[in-house]
Design a protein around this ligand. Structure first.
Ligand code: GLC
Length: 546
């Protein structure tokens, strides 16, 4: 939230941030891949939606071994999606529209096409060039039996018994964070983008980076059993990673207002405040709501715990239901509780059958709940359209390294990355120009029904609901407190400062409305006009005298 009452340095504390996955948002040049000019052209959509900031997933030069998270050059734009001049124009246009920009920083690894990695391979064992990455010698197979994130071993052979470490795909070699060049180069990257007007940074896999492989090293089984002491793990969530973030904080504070950062730190909940501390990154993602079932007790517990953690860190919480790594939340809520999402995707979304109407109803209720919480709301492109997962993408079109690395047993994340439908018809539903190439991931025939064009004139559409919710939030949001209210079983209700009440009914039976004037309803007409009860699977916001 921005505004006169919020100090400029605190704009992020209760901001609504919209994630743009650039290659799938809008394609201005018609090559089938989204680009920066496409984003600039679509800023009116973001203004109508009412977001405070955009988080832009990687737009750097990349061979796309991992959707752009394999970065060849962290201080440039991929020529397939734009130029630095187009980046500057996009920043200027966003700022002119009152929208801030957060960019993704990928500090755990580079791509294998990065000049420093090429130099490391060329220079050979024992060279200073190799020391910027993590190389080990082992004549009898990989140095450890660790499994990489997308499957397969974490070590890739380069000949003569030498291996390099990659926690993700082999095309993503891990940096050696003990090396001063690596530290300096990343600080240079942060300044490069901050100098160009970027307002903040999303830090990819912030829990990795620093490593101590001096041994003895645990086996994969020992790691999975959780027997490695916290803070001294060889590669995960080490205490010394915060030295890096304390140094970055000094860089952020060179700017006025200071640049913000949000950590993607997949760590035990009690370790999260370290990443969110004011002398470090300042904020950390919470994925607990995304992982919870649509269930009153679970939602209540997640909120209580995370608000306490954010307070402990002096930060605010972040709330997320969808992003570029997850099955879209309308689809998750359409499936029976406990459904294995990888198995569902492997069945092309046929087994079990998704109840789409129920999924959308719950998704809107959960979104209205999330938007009423203190802290920042992170939305993912397309969720404002109620877009379901594209679960039936055939193996031949899949781009996620998970598909190949799992030998075709896990489909991965492409189903939430299908290019957005802007129009009801046309060759790419308005993603690209009429005479452009097809979208880089195929859009299903039903996409047009969810398009911006199809929803824009419908006052009961999901798009209308998001626009209304964000506008109301701007009017209502004030202090960062939350007071739980007594409510019937299966209902979670709370009050926010200034007389704003939110109540969510997680059951399927209607219950009486809490006192107050309904100003938002997640089902039917978002204005809440004529609402006399709190229907099942519904959230309402009410205004009442404080
Ligand atoms: C993060 C990103 C994910 C990427 C991975 C490796 O988890 O969100 O998309 O594959 O890091 O960079």
């Amino acid at each position: 939230m921005t505004g006169p009452s919020v100090p400029a340095a605190d704009w992020w504390r209760q901001a609504v941030v919209y994630q743009v996955y650039p290659r799938s948002f809008a394609d201005a040049n018609g090559d089938g891949t989204g680009d920066l000019v496409g984003i600039t052209h679509r800023i009116p959509h973001l203004v109508d939606l009412g977001v405070d900031a955009v988080w832009l997933s990687p737009f750097y030069p990349s061979a796309l071994a991992d959707g752009g998270y394999d970065v060849d050059d962290h201080r440039d734009v991929d020529p397939k999606i734009g130029t630095l001049a187009e980046f500057d124009a996009m920043v200027a246009a966003l700022h002119a529209a009152g929208i801030k920009l957060i960019v993704d920083i990928v500090p755990n690894h580079s791509s294998d096409r990065h000049p420093w990695f090429r130099a490391a391979l060329a220079a050979g064992p024992g060279s200073p060039e190799r020391d910027r990455y993590v190389f080990r010698h082992s004549d009898d197979g990989p140095p450890t039996d660790w499994t990489a994130s997308f499957g397969g071993p974490t070590w890739e052979p380069v000949g003569d018994g030498w291996w390099y470490l990659h926690m993700f795909a082999p095309e993503q070699p891990d940096w050696n964070w003990d090396h001063p060049d690596v530290r300096e180069d990343h600080e240079r990257t942060l300044r490069f983008w901050a100098d160009r007007g970027v307002d903040g940074f999303r830090i990819d896999v912030a829990h990795y980076l620093t490593k101590d492989l001096s041994g003895p090293l645990p086996t994969q089984a020992e790691i999975e059993a959780g027997t490695v002491p916290e803070g001294t793990h060889p590669f995960n969530d080490r205490d010394d990673v915060h030295e890096v973030y304390r140094a970055w904080r000094k860089v952020f504070d060179e700017y006025d207002p200071p640049r913000m950062a949000v950590a993607e730190a997949v760590v035990p909940t009690h370790r999260r405040p370290r990443y969110a501390s004011a002398d470090g990154l300042g904020q950390a993602f919470t994925f607990d709501l995304l992982e919870a079932d649509f269930d009153a007790a679970q939602f209540r517990a997640v909120v209580e715990q995370n608000l306490a953690l954010a307070r402990a860190a002096g930060s605010t919480s972040t709330w997320v239901l969808s992003n570029h790594d997850q099955v879209r939340h309308t689809s998750r809520y359409a499936l029976p509780t406990g459904t294995s999402l990888p198995a569902w995707l492997l069945s092309d979304g046929t087994t079990p059958r998704a109840d789409e109407a129920r999924g959308l109803r719950r998704a809107r209720a959960a979104t209205a709940f999330l938007l009423a919480l203190p802290g920042s709301a992170y939305l993912y492109q397309g969720e404002e359209l109620g877009l379901p997962e594209v679960a039936d993408l055939p193996g031949v079109v899949l781009q996620d390294p998970t598909w190949i690395r799992s030998l075709g047993t896990t489909k991965g994340r492409d189903g939430c990355r299908v290019p957005l439908p802007w129009n009801t018809d046309g060759p790419s539903f308005g993603f690209g120009p009429e005479d452009g190439r097809p979208a880089h991931l195929p859009q299903p025939p039903w996409f047009g029904r969810f398009s911006v064009q199809a929803q824009a004139g419908d006052p009961r559409s999901t798009l209308a609901f998001y626009r209304t919710a964000l506008a109301r939030r701007r009017e209502l949001v004030g202090g960062e407190d939350l007071d739980p209210l007594d409510s019937p079983d299966g209902v979670v209700a709370f009050a926010r400062p200034g007389g704003w009440v939110c109540a969510t009914n997680f059951t399927t039976r209607a219950v009486p409305l809490p006192a107050g004037e309904v100003v938002l309803c997640s089902s039917g007409d978002p204005s809440g006009t004529g609402v006399t009860e709190l229907a099942g699977g519904t959230t309402v916001w009410l205004r009442r005298a404080d």
